[in-house]
Structures are given as C-alpha cells and as structure tokens.
Design a protein around this ligand. Sequence first.
Ligand SMILES: *[C@@H]1O[C@H](CO)[C@@H](O)[C@H](O)[C@H]1NC(C)=O
Ligand SMILES: *[C@@H]1O[C@H](CO)[C@@H](O)[C@H](O)[C@H]1NC(C)=O
Ligand SMILES: *[C@@H]1O[C@H](CO)[C@@H](O)[C@H](O)[C@H]1NC(C)=O
Ligand SMILES: *[C@@H]1O[C@H](CO)[C@@H](O)[C@H](O)[C@H]1NC(C)=O
Length: 665
Amino acid sequence: MDKELENGSPGVKVGRVMTQVFVLIFLLQGVRSTTSLNNLNVTKPGQKQSPPVTLRKVGHNQVVVDNGIIQVSFSSPAGLITGIKYNGFNNVLNDQIENRGLVGEKFNIVNQTSEHVEISFSRTWNISQHTSGAPLNVDKRYIIRSGVSGVYMYAVLERLKGWPDVNMDQTRIVFKLNTTKFDYMAISDGRQKIMPSATDRDIKTGRASPLAYKEAVHLINPQNHILKGQVDDKYMYSMENKDNKVHGWISADQRVGFWMITPSDEFRSCGPIKQDLTSHVGPTILSMFTSVHYAGVDINTIYKSKEPWRKMFGPVFVYLNSASSRNLLWTDAKRQMVSEVQSWPYDFVKSVDYPLHHQRGIVKGRIFVMERYNKSETNLFGKFAFVGLALPGEAGSWQTENKGYQFWTRADKVGMFTIANVRPGKYSLYAWVSGFIGDYKYERDITITPGRVIDVGRIVYEPPRNGPTLWEIGEPDRTAAEFYIPDPDPTLLTKLYLNYSNPQDRFRQYGLWDRYSVLYPRKDLIFTTRVSDFKKDWFYAHVNRKAGNGTYKATTWQIKFNLKAVIQTRIYTLRIALAAATTTDLVVWVNQANSKPLFITGLIGRDNAIARHGIHGLYKLYNIDVHGKLLRVGNNTIFLTHGRNSDSFSGVMYDYLRLEGPSGV
Ligand SMILES: *[C@@H]1O[C@H](CO)[C@@H](O)[C@H](O)[C@H]1NC(C)=O
Ligand SMILES: *[C@@H]1O[C@H](CO)[C@@H](O)[C@H](O)[C@H]1NC(C)=O
Ligand SMILES: *[C@@H]1O[C@H](CO)[C@@H](O)[C@H](O)[C@H]1NC(C)=O
Ligand SMILES: *[C@@H]1O[C@H](CO)[C@@H](O)[C@H](O)[C@H]1NC(C)=O
C-alpha cells in the first residue's frame, strides 16, 4: 500500500482510518474466446463493417463482452476485469493477481445494442453491515462499443448522511499486465524506456539493493543488463494532472500497446498541477483519481458522517493497439487520446451522473493583472493564466480540494479564457498567473445550470504588493525548476533523465537532495543579490546536511543584499513563496542570526515532493513585515533556517523570494 510520508516522522499515521477505495486489480479466469480480429485501423463506432458487440454470461460468475476486436471478461457480480483478449494475446493482463478493491454485488445490463454495451456492477452499503468494507455505495460501469479497440470505465461513489466517517486517501484504477510480455513504458514523448521487471526489484535475491525508501531500488543484477546500475522508483514517472492524458505499456514482442487515456481532468482532485503516479514497474498502469501524493495531509480526505457525497470518477478509456514498432504504437495512442479529448463529454454514457454536452455550461471572460509597481502602471494581460472552477472556498483552496469536480483552462496570451463543459453546480472561479505571486478568486460564486453561458467580462488580479522590488530570487511560477538542479550521484542515476534534450526533466533523478551535502560539505549556501545567479547559485531544495552516521543537521542559508538608503520608520515586505514543504519549520532572521527570529512558519508541509522528485508540492506564500529599523544602509543579510533537524527529505523548495521597499518610495 502506498503510504504518504513513509519517510517522514513516525506517528503521522497514528489514529487514522486508512481505507483505500476503488482499487481494481484484475484476475484471469482462463476464458475460452471466440475469434478476434487483429485490427489496428479502428473504425468509427457504428460503422456498418464493424461486427456487433455481444454479451454472454458464462456460468454463474462471469460475463464476457466481445466486439470482434477485444474480448473482455468480468467476474460477476464483483465486476473486476479478469481478462482482455486481444491480437493474439489470450490475456494481456497478468493472470496471477489477487483480487482487491471494491467489489460489486449486483450485475445489471444498463444498455445493450449491437453497437454498444454498458454494464454495471454495483454494491449498496448498509449501515447494519458495518464490517463489510468502506461505507460507500459503488456503481462500477464498463462500456464496450462496436469497432472500438478498448473499454470505457467509470465509477459512481456515494455516501449518505449519517454513515460513519471514512478516510479515503486514494481512489484509483489499477491494471497489472502480462509480466513477461510488456517491457517498454511510455508516458510522454521524452519519457519512455525499457523497464525492469518486478523481479529485478527483488532485494532478497540480490537483484536490487535498497535505497532510502522502499519504492526506490538500485538495480544491481537485472535480467536486462542495459538497466544495470540504474535506479528504479515509481515516483520518477509522476506527472501533473494537466499533462496526464495518455500513458502505458508496449509489448514489443507481440506488437501490442496498452494505454490509459484520460480525456478530462474534471474528476481528478486538487487542480491541474497536482502530480500523481502514472505507470510503473509491475507492469502496472494506473488511473489515479484522488490521492495525497505531492500534497499530504493538507488535502481534505476525510469524509464526514454529516457530509453526504456523490461523485463520478471517469470515464477513462483503456485503449489497446497493435502496430509494427514502438514509435507507431505510441503515435497511435496519442492520436487516439486526441480523439477522445475531442469527443468529451461523450454522448454515449448512460448515467444520471454524467451530464451531456447540452446539459453543461460555459464560463468565459478576460483576465488582467494589475501590478502597481510595474513600469507602465497599466493592467497587464493575464497571459496564459490558469483559470478554473472548483468547489467554493478561499483563494487557492482548489489545490487541496479533493471532493468535487474541477474545470480548468489556460487563458491565451491576451488573457481571454473559456471554460467549457462545466457540470451544473456551484463553484468559485480561481486563477493564478505565472510571473506573479498569489492567488486570484472572483468575488462572487458561480452557479452553472444546463446550457448556461456566463461571461464574467474583465476580471483583474491584483497580486500582493506593498512597494517596489529591492531584489528578487527565482521566478514566481510555483516550481523550483528554474533553480540549480545538480547532476545525480554518478553511481545512482537514471539514464532516462540524462537526456539533455529534456532539461525540464533533470529534477526527476533519484537522490538529488543529498547532493547538497556534496556541494556544501561544511558551509551553507550564500546568495548575494546582483552578484549571484539563481540558476547556478540557488540549490533547488533547502534541505538538511549529512552529518555522518545517517544523521542530518539543519542548514542556514543567507541572502546578502546592499541597500543604498533605509527609511527606518517604514515597513518593508519580504515575500517568500514556497513550491513545496515537508516537515519543516522555516525560521527567518534579518541581520542577526540566532537573535529573535523575524518570522517562523511553524511546522509545515507534508507534500513529500523532495523525496518523490516532484519539483513542487503545495504552493504557500508568506508575506512578512520587515521593520525599517532592522535594516541598515550598506550590507544586510537575511538568514533562512530550515529548522527541523530530522532527515534527508524534510525541507522546502522555494518558488520565489522578494524584498519590497515601503509603499510610495
Ligand atoms: C503472458 O503471455 C504469455 C503468452 O500469451 C503466456 O504464455 C503467459 O502465461 C502470460 N504470463 C502471465 C504472467 O500472464
Ligand atoms: C531525448 O529527448 C528528445 C525530446 O523529447 C527525444 O526526441 C529523444 O528521442 C530523446 N533521446 C533519447 C536518447 O532518449
Ligand atoms: C558514529 O559512528 C561511529 C562509528 O560507529 C561512532 O564511534 C560514533 O560515536 C558515532 N557518532 C554518533 C554521533 O553517533
Ligand atoms: C558588502 O558586501 C559586498 C558583497 O558581498 C562585499 O564585497 C563588501 O566587502 C561588503 N562590505 C562591507 C562593508 O562589509
């Protein structure tokens, strides 16, 4: 089981109810099949030449749906996919997988024509049966269409008022594929490779040796020698929600691809830049709906007794293809992804929980940014702003919002935006703009009704700002990617991320946090404004230093800056934007380290983004008053101590720092 913060301070988990919901792992029943066509050229649904979709019940506990391209077997009424027969594979799935997850108790045919079969496996929770699983009503649905090489799947989860509290850390779909056949993983154009097998990760047999946490291993003696010496860790393959639209596996041997296609983000949690797992060794392929990865306990994952809740996850599309090369398989998977995105919302889903296109609404407008201290003093376009709708809340609350639907878009270069296909409901309108600190929220909540188009017109984001910039470090973009990302330890690298055509992926290497101790063996980082360059001189993560015997010591960084004049009676403002924080307590001093601190964050952060090679976790902005009498004409120093002296993964990643003079100066 994935545990948040397995490397963090012990005790985090104490007293928490852990229930993993909707873990669907699939088990083979050895189905005899009818003929299947080896058909890559997927035809449009409903075209005359496609064979009909058929549904058969086999014995008491199996349902088989076949469209002549794929044949899918389901355990019934549990509703787990037990086999997918395709293109010469009797089963593309692993045949030795235990049966976990939410199981149905009732099978039902929702819709059956020669072109379309939708089936349901459901379970109704009863308050009198406290012991049987999570307090949830579950309806798992599968759709197989004529001429379509794959399966659509979704689930509706529901809790009624008065049901016991439950903590759902993760909601996801899992497939395990045939271990001997699927050996190549592709999650983006630049992130694809031959993968180790699950056996290669085995520490007991000496194939691998352990690293700092259990998900990461050093491959000592893998079956495929080209992987020898590399690191494997599923968190290396994480992706932001907005980019996570297609990923999967290839069997080069059988010339088959197996892909998870997610045409919309609306049912995922925590907004477009939330990161989550994709595919990893197993061969495993995931569709993560909600999780605490890269966010931690700051996400609201507790479903309270008094809080009724109902949500549809999906549909996602499991797509299978066949072609003569990996490149063709990946290219075809991307093409299919684009086609699914364009078809969203699907017109063939038969669920009261799935509004069709005409039942959804639109919000549009144009966003500007008003920066009082920008040179021209006029409103700037909210260039490429992220604009989105999520449950009503505070500005920025979308990043920990886990229970509703979210709808996001990017504005164009002049700030125009349209959020289409919004489900009816009540939302707040949120935004943030790269290049500016802070979060925008529209003053009124927005209620979407079917077919409604709401034009909010001109909206203006005024980022926090008290005075002119005296100095700044980094770029306000909610990541630490612009700072210095070190080379990995040469004995612990992953070749995939040595490809310098993809410099944006350098941070995904294992163990970069420990490079701080190598680069700064005795003295901590000192950054001198106007002299130092944040791209080279600002380490991407403020972490502890190795102190021998497996212990780590707190570190203090310094920002040195020169002021030509100081107004002793006025207030200056220090802005510290964090891209991530893990069990840290950031302490800030001005000019006198170890005197009374200017500011203390208190214990913050559970996002674990440093250990999991995310270049950001949750965004946090601190606005700190600095009284002029603390500053002096000439040289000044700000000291930043990451003050929990615990382990290698606690610390912060800064997004951006700025000192502002007093207003009107
Ligand atoms: C993988 O597929 C091959 C060929 O279809 C089959 O012989 C083997 O049993 C499968 N292995 C697993 C683990 O499913
Ligand atoms: C490096 O990345 C580029 C850009 O994504 C890709 O086209 C190329 O194939 C990669 N090279 C290697 C050796 O993986
Ligand atoms: C570190 O380990 C060495 C050798 O085992 C031991 O002598 C020393 O006391 C240890 N130091 C600390 C601080 O634990
Ligand atoms: C002020 O800082 C600069 C840059 O670090 C340094 O060269 C200079 O010697 C300092 N001046 C004093 C008076 O300490």
